[in-house]
Design a binder for this molecule. Sequence first.
Ligand code: NAP
Ligand code: SF4
Length: 670
Amino acid sequence: MKYPHLLSPLDLGHVELPNRVLMGSMHVGLEDGVGPLKKLGAYFARRAAGGVGLMVTGGIAPNRTGWLKPFSSKMSNRYEVWQHKYVTDAVHDEGGRIAMQILHAGRYGYHPFSAAPSNIKSPITPFKPRALSARGVRSTIKAFAESARLAKQAGYDGVEIMGSEGYLINQFICTHTNRRTDQWGGSYENRIRFPVETVRAVREAVGPEFIVIYRLSMLDLIEEGSTWDEVVELGQRVEEAGASIINTGIGWHEARVPTIATMVPNGGFTWVTRRLKGQVGIPLVTSNRINMPDTAEAALAGGDADMVSMARPFLADPDWVLKAAQEREDEINTCIACNQACLDHIFKNQRATCLVNPFACHETEWDVHPVSARRRIAVVGAGVAGLSCATTAAGRGHDVTLFEAADDIGGQFNMARRIPGKGDFDHTIRYYRKQLELTGVTLKVGKRVTIDDLAGGQFDEVILSTGVVPRKLKLPGIDHPMVLSYSQVLRDGAKVGARVAIIGAGGIGFDTAEFLAHDHHSDDPADFMREWGIDTSYAGRGGLAEPEMKKPDREITLCQRKEGKLGARLGKTTGWIHRAALKKFEVTMLSQCQYEKIDDDGLHLTVAGEKRVLAVDNVVICAGQVSVNDMLEPLRARGVSTHIIGGAELAAELDAKRAIAAGARIGAEI
Ligand code: NAP
Ligand code: SF4
């Protein structure tokens, strides 16, 4: 067996879990609303069928004050018990197990009824919470216990008490948010009274034969966070109070350190859980940026923890455990930690899905059935849109030929994977390469297909996923040898001098700046910890240290025409990281630029009306793309049934999420 630790059962006394995999809590937007939670049930049932040992729902509030946002999910009455029965029944029908997470948002609540230990507004919400009275604290503990009792009644196998990520329980623990002077504030003993009493009350409410997970903030990553000794003490106290498992929480939401995004090294925080091993007697779960079985197995085999938690990897592939057990890991559709379709959606009040798996959270809405009449389909362009389309259509039984002019598949992903910290994008190419093989797609690379190749009756349908080319600007001097396109830099390895101006500050302008700034980049996790100020010796509070960034050898200026801060349209949950990284690299950011010309002296422009010349060795153009769609009309004119998807259809919003979803949709419907 290749993953003996990962796939060994875990005995919790009253119940044995089949393996060491916990599907961690993640809000997906199917939890809220009225009526039975059938879509949420189908979502979890699909993952239970894929063999996960234990799953945890997104955060469910114990009362209205604890809501994440107005009318978000809650478990405090019989109606809600009835709603959730649809989830637990669906999971149990597939032989799975599921715990409900009880989350009180405290000052992170995005509504005017929020309450917290003290009335201190959080930096990430506009509402100032009221301070809970001593009676309010007691009734909140009761609400947690009642919520757990109702969860049991709804058929859940356990609950997880959310004690990390800066939510209410965490707010009690740290002086950063707890300025109380009563028995719930002041000394550490007083500040942890709330979590300890909550665990005790929950255990009393549910009895001994029920899983109670406590999610412990083991590394706060904020000033005034807990010390390591305090973390250990809390772990021991929640164990005494009746927790059956301790899960790892890393970083408050307001922490300015990336904890789950792509640039976080794989398994980069398992060392934190390891520190607690031996200090408590109950099983420990480790988490954050574990996305493949080898990383999970290494963490368990190395003694870092007893279980691993993954959330987003199960959006990307519900059969993750099954594939690991059958040693088909090259078939895993790996989460690339982009956040684009999951967390970014949730923060925009949209239902989550997954960039690499558009079926996620839409289990009841897609119908991908085997075809009754096999058709001959040509897909032109093997970027992610074409790959998604070809493999979905061939998987249903169509006869698919995929043409690619370049020597290999992957399109724009071949550039993205070269950006420091985006190495996981390789997994997507590996996944599709395997899918092409499994679904029997005929792949023709290094072939620029012609209209005659497609229009001579060889194919019943043609799908153009011919992608984009970088936009060429109309600017005097644009043909000067110092001017490069981003694809020449990222894909072709063009030589770039020590002083660079980048025109265009969208996702690719930022990526290009990071690429050029990372002369000293290494994949060593220790460098990531140093650069972001994470103290692995845990000498002070919150595990924070002074960040130490190796300055780039290049002088980089990033320019945009718009007013306002650069990168404002980057991903909601990752944009701040890219902006912070470039700031650390001392990249100069200029807005309100009007470009005038490029010559031997450099880039001539006006910045907010003031004339300037940037004396640079190279100007890199990252000003968006234009579609490659020149085959569409000729094919249609010759009567060929032709469809167009991805960047070829719409370059303005070139986006892998849209491209993969469009490919999957046409592949499922054709
Ligand atoms: P983009 O986001 O559309 O940005 C291109 C930028 O170029 C614009 O912000 C625009 O800003 C500027 N521009 C456009 N036309 C111009 C012109 N004629 N002259 C001068 N400047 C011009 O495109 P992108 O950066 O190529 O990214 C493409 C897509 O890739 C994005 O939609 C994103 O989804 C994805 N992506 C995201 C990330 C990420 O989030 N980290 C990374 C890579 C790619 P001004 O008009 O203000 O100058
Ligand atoms: Fe992972 Fe990106 Fe999918 Fe979210 S959208 S689950 S981060 S691959």
